[in-house]
Design a protein around this ligand. Structure first.
Ligand code: AMP
Length: 187
């Protein structure tokens, strides 16, 4: 079972991804984490992306897709992939379709965690204190949200036609969201 968690920054994708990893014995594929790791290790890619990430801009599809490929084709991580923060553009969505098709896999469930801007601002300000993320200041949050609306919304339209697409109210408490997600998994 492969799952996409979709929604604006601060929607709770990471939290629910961690729950799904435990529940399904699966693997979280968070492109945000993968990119932050490149910066931490100070790799060539890390040097290229640090400014974009700190400014709340997207990293290029080319870089993200290349990094993603290694994770999707990692022989240790098969068939229970929980995508968190990917895809974020139509180009990435199409790339993922092709990658999965080439390894005889598919997306089984898509969860759209829908949350309004005000709730996100409150949550990210809290997360900034807890996780010390350099891209979590208010200005950057607003940029990331606007970027999400501009670029990621078309991906939503792309997926919302699928029968495995499910919209969940992401402003609910964590446990309530988890329970809604579990209802789809436990069938
Ligand atoms: P996240 O941890 O998912 O909130 O992502 C943090 C930042 O990493 C984003 O604001 C982007 O700069 C970058 N990023 C993460 N995933 C992607 C992606 N799929 N495409 C482009 N940039 C991404």
């Amino acid at each position: 079972m492969n799952i996409i968690l979709f929604g604006p920054p601060g929607a709770g994708k990471g939290t629910q991804a961690k729950h799904l990893v435990k529940k399904l014995n699966g693997f979280q594929i968070s492109t945000g984490d993968i990119l932050r790791e490149e910066i931490k290790k100070d790799t060539e890619i890390g040097k290229k992306i640090i400014n974009n990430m700190n400014e709340g801009k997207f990293v290029s599809d080319e870089i993200v897709n290349t990094l993603l490929k290694f994770h999707v084709f990692d022989p240790k991580k098969r068939e229970k992939l929980i995508f968190d923060g990917y895809p974020r553009s139509i180009n990435q969505a199409k790339y993922l379709d092709t990658l999965l098709k080439n390894s005889n896999q598919k997306i089984d469930l898509i969860f759209f965690l829908n949350v309004n801007k005000e709730t996100i601002i409150k949550r990210i300000e809290k997360r900034k204190i807890m996780e010390e993320r350099s891209d979590d200041d208010l200005d950057t949050i607003l940029k990331r949200y606007d970027k999400y609306i501009d670029t990621t919304k078309p991906v939503l339209d792309y997926y919302s036609k699928n029968s495995n697409f499910n919209e969940i109210d992401g402003s609910m408490e964590i446990a309530q969201i988890t329970s809604k997600i579990d209802d789809f998994i436990n069938v």
